[in-house]
Design a protein around this ligand. Structure first.
Ligand code: MRU
Length: 358
C-alpha cells in the first residue's frame, strides 16, 4: 500500500499507480492541477531538477520510484548488467539536487536493501526496489503525522504561526512536516492563524503553502518575505515553524533561502523558532552547516521568474536556493521520535537512532 493511512485534506504530491508514477506538477500550481504520468528514471530526474516535485521528503520518495522505473526493463539472466546499472542510476538520480539529504538517504537505503539480496534473480531484485519505494512512501506519511503530534504539544489554540517556503503535504507523502501540526490542530477544532511567507524567488509559500492550507480550510494569510519582521513586531506571531532540507550533526539547519533571516527576526522578537525535521533529514555525517552543499539555481528565477522581466538584461545575479540557520537560533527540532535541542549532539544522535527523548 503506498497511500497514507488516513485521508489528507490537501492534494497528494505523488502516487504510485501500479506501472507509473503520478506527480502533481507543482510548477503549475495554484493555477492548474496537472498530473504528470512518469514512466522513466530520466523523467523523474527532470521532474526533480525542474521542481515539478520538490520538498526534501517528496524528492527522496520520487527518486526511489525513479530507480525502479529505470531498472524495471532488466530481465532474469541479465544480473551482471543489472548490478552494473544500479549504482550508476543511483548516482544519476542523487545528482538531481544537492542540498536535501533525503534524496541520498532514500536512494542509499534502497540500494543497501537490494545489496542484501545479491544472489537473487533480477525479478526479485526489481520487486525489492519497488517494495522499498512503497515502504519509504508509506512511512513518510506516518512520520509526518508523528511530527505533527509532537509539534502540537508546543502550540496553543489561537496562536499566530509564521512559516516559510512549503513544508506541507505537497513536500512530503502527506500532511507535511512544519504544516502537520496545523492540520492536526484544525482537525481538533483549534483556531490557528497561519502567516505564509511568499518565499522569493520561486514562491513556494504563496503558490503551495497558501494553496494547500486554503484548500483544507485553514486560516492562512499570505505576506511578502520582507513583511515578516513587521508582522512579528505587531505581535501577530507567537511561534515560527519551518521545515528543513538537512540538519548537520551540530544542529545547524539548511532550509529554503530566507529561513535564516526569519530565524534572526524571531530571536530579536523573543519568538520561538522551531524546525520540523524527519530523522531522514538529519545528517550526522555532515559535521556543521558549513559543509552542507547549497544549490545555486538559474538567474532567471530572479530576473524573469514567471515570464516577465523584472531586472535589466545581463545584470549579475546570485541565487542560492537554501541558507543555513546556525543551531543557536533554533529553539528545538521536532522529529518523529521526539523534540530535541539542536545544540544537544547526543540528543540528535538519539532521535536518529529512534530512541524517545521526551
Ligand atoms: O526548493 P524546494 O521547494 O525543494 O525547497 C523546499 C524546502 O526548503 C522545504 O522547506 C524543505 O524541503 C522541507 S519539506 C518538508
Amino acid at each position: 500500500m503506498t497511500q497514507p493511512v488516513w485521508t489528507p485534506p490537501h492534494p497528494l504530491s505523488l502516487e504510485w499507480k501500479g506501472d507509473y508514477l503520478a506527480l502533481l506538477d507543482q510548477r503549475r500550481l495554484p493555477a492548474e492541477k496537472v498530473v504528470l504520468q512518469i514512466t522513466t528514471a530520466e523523467e523523474v530526474r527532470e521532474a526533480i531538477v525542474h521542481l515539478a516535485v520538490r520538498g526534501a521528503p517528496a524528492i527522496g520518495i520520487a527518486a526511489v520510484y525513479g530507480l525502479y522505473l529505470g531498472m524495471r526493463n532488466f530481465q532474469d539472466g541479465e544480473e551482471d548488467a543489472f548490478w552494473q546499472e544500479l549504482p550508476r542510476l543511483v548516482d544519476d538520480l542523487n545528482a538531481a539536487r544537492p542540498t536535501a539529504v533525503n534524496l541520498s538517504w532514500a536512494l542509499k537505503r534502497t540500494a543497501a536493501k537490494v545489496e542484501t539480496l545479491r544472489s537473487r534473480s533480477v525479478e526479485e531484485l526489481k520487486a525489492a526496489i519497488l517494495a522499498e519505494a512503497r515502504a519509504i512512501h508509506r512511512e513518510d506519511a506516518e512520520v509526518c503525522r508523528r511530527i505533527g503530534e509532537y509539534a502540537l504539544t508546543l502550540l496553543k489554540d489561537g496562536m499566530g504561526i509564521l512559516t516559510h517556503c512549503n513544508a506541507g503535504g505537497l513536500a512530503t507523502a502527506a500532511y507535511g512536516t512544519a504544516l502537520a501540526p496545523m492540520y492536526l490542530a484544525h482537525e481538533r477544532g483549534w483556531k490557528l492563524k497561519v502567516y505564509a511567507d511568499e518565499t522569493r524567488p520561486v514562491l513556494q509559500g504563496s503558490r503551495l503553502t497558501a494553496f494547500e492550507l486554503q484548500q483544507a480550510g485553514l486560516d492562512v494569510t499570505l505576506i511578502c518575505d520582507n513583511m515578516a519582521g513587521a508582522v512579528m513586531k505587531e505581535g501577530k506571531v507567537q511561534v515560527v515553524i519551518v521545515g528543513t532540507d538537512r540538519v548537520a550533526a551540530n544542529g545547524d539547519v539548511a532550509n529554503k533561502i530566507g529561513t535564516y533571516s526569519v530565524a534572526v527576526l524571531a530571536k530579536a522578537h523573543g519568538i520561538p523558532f522551531y524546525v520540523a525535521a524527519p530523522t531522514s533529514s538529519i545528517d550526522l555525517g555532515t559535521p556543521t552547516g558549513a559543509e552542507i552543499p547549497i544549490e545555486e539555481r538559474a538567474a532567471e528565477e530572479i530576473t524573469c521568474g514567471f515570464g516577465k522581466a523584472t531586472a535589466p538584461e545581463g545584470v549579475q545575479v546570485y541565487n542560492p536556493a537554501f541558507d543555513v540557520t546556525p543551531a543557536e537560533y533554533v529553539t528545538a527540532i521536532i522529529t518523529e521520535n521526539g523534540i530535541v535541542d539542536p545544540r544537544d549532539k547526543e540528543g540528535l544522535r538519539r532521535v536518529v537512532l529512534h530512541k524517545q527523548t521526551i
